[in-house]
Design a protein around this ligand. Structure first.
Ligand SMILES: [Zn+2]
Length: 97
């Protein structure tokens, strides 16, 4: 494992906590750098679509999970696709080289 590449499972665990209850996001520490700068954005074509893309990354070290399709949680704050550009962060690979 190279520095800066915490494993995927650790990231996914933190992501799931934020997915289940986005209100805890500010209290979660980045698995990579420890900063409480994690961001979780749900993008969709419509605010009432119920499905979309999740974008989860750390605004401090700029690592994160690959954007992926999800069912949006009930309390998700939906961002429309034309309202947000996915930042250029380093994707944590499920199977790091
Ligand atoms: Zn970080």
């Amino acid at each position: 494992m190279t520095s800066g590449s915490v494993d995927f499972d650790t990231w996914y665990d933190v992501y799931l906590k934020a997915y289940r209850d986005p209100s805890v996001l500010p209290s979660l520490s980045c698995p990579n750098c420890g900063s409480k700068s994690l961001n979780l954005v749900f993008q969709s074509f419509r605010r009432d679509d119920g499905r979309g893309i999740r974008v989860f990354w750390c605004g401090s070290c700029m690592f994160g999970l690959a954007p992926n399709r999800v069912i949006l949680p009930d309390n998700a704050e939906v961002t429309l696709f034309d309202e947000f550009v996915v930042p250029d962060f380093v994707v944590i690979d499920r199977h790091p080289a």
